[in-house]
Design a protein around this ligand. Structure first.
Ligand SMILES: [Zn+2]
Ligand SMILES: [Zn+2]
Ligand SMILES: [Zn+2]
Length: 278
């Protein structure tokens, strides 16, 4: 399974879209290697987790061939994870498609945002090429050769955001953002259904910043709590790779600074374009 991290910043991006703070000014001066776009992870070129405003930019910057996408899993409806306006361009004169249909999976709010964002401009010729499927936590389903398990995130009061366990040919990837420390039930569910994660990606919005953090995201210490739970339930083991991502500008996530967390906590920090194979 080839997992490519195309966007590794939180909602505001890095440097943040309207921000003039010291960190964003420094990151602007350091240049492109330090920039972080909004969340997107593409697996084997066919399955995307989330679809941010920069999906188009990811296609030109990293060669992500979006015409080949077959499946889109959407964690929740926040705009940094689901920019649905682009879907009006999936067909007709705007696109020769490599895959006839894109299947989108998300909660009911994602369904509403999809409808709202496409209602004005979606041509009847484009509509048959996109299909929305509503999903909820604690379900297991197959899409192509991928087995998907959905888990409840701790993120929003107005919708149930989702975490995903994705498995193909005996390899498992656990995708965990946006979320605070999840409920104990997720470990029991994963364990009961024999999930084995070769790679885990954590929401590490706050890096090692403590105090004053919202409970809707995590810092590295929260990540370590989740890691020990995953180990306790034998969902991960000594061979599992732990990745941290979804960083906020408030947490000063320069690559040099994150390197010190990598050594101390045994994690790898994702950056835009980062690839792992499991
Ligand atoms: Zn987010
Ligand atoms: Zn800033
Ligand atoms: Zn969110």
């Amino acid at each position: 399974m080839k997992i490519q991290f195309l966007g590794t910043g939180a909602a505001e991006g890095i440097p943040a879209v309207f921000c003039n703070c010291e960190i964003c000014r420094k990151i602007r001066s350091l240049g492109e290697a330090e920039f972080r776009t909004r969340s997107q992870v593409i697996i084997d070129g066919v399955l995307s987790v989330d679809f941010p405003p920069e999906a188009f930019y990811h296609s030109i910057k990293f060669g992500a061939e979006l015409s080949k996408l077959k499946y889109l899993l959407v964690s929740h409806s926040h705009m940094d994870h689901f920019y649905a306006h682009d879907f009006i361009l999936r067909g007709y004169k705007y696109a020769e498609l490599a895959e006839d249909k894109l299947e989108i999976f998300g909660n009911s709010e994602v369904g509403k945002v999809f409808a709202e964002c496409t209602e004005r401009e979606l041509k009847p010729e484009v509509a048959p090429h996109i299909n929305f499927n509503e999903i909820s936590p604690y379900s297991i389903f197959m899409i192509g050769g991928y087995k998907i398990m959905t888990l409840p995130a701790v993120h929003s009061k107005t919708e149930q955001a989702l975490l995903f366990y994705i498995e193909r040919e005996g390899k498992g990837y656990l995708h965990m953002y946006d979320t605070g420390i999840p409920d104990e039930g997720i470990y029991e569910f994963l364990s009961r259904n024999n999930a084995k994660a070769d790679a885990v990606c954590f929401d590490c919005t706050f890096t090692d910043k403590v105090g004053g953090n919202s409970v809707r995201h995590m810092n590295i210490y929260d990540n370590m709590t989740v890691k020990s739970n995953l180990e306790k339930y034998a969902i991960t083991d000594g061979g599992t790779r732990y990745i941290i991502s979804h960083f906020s500008h408030n947490s000063n996530p320069t690559r040099l600074r994150l390197k010190s967390l990598e050594d101390k906590f045994g994690v790898t920090s994702a950056y835009d374009g980062f690839i792992i194979e499991i």
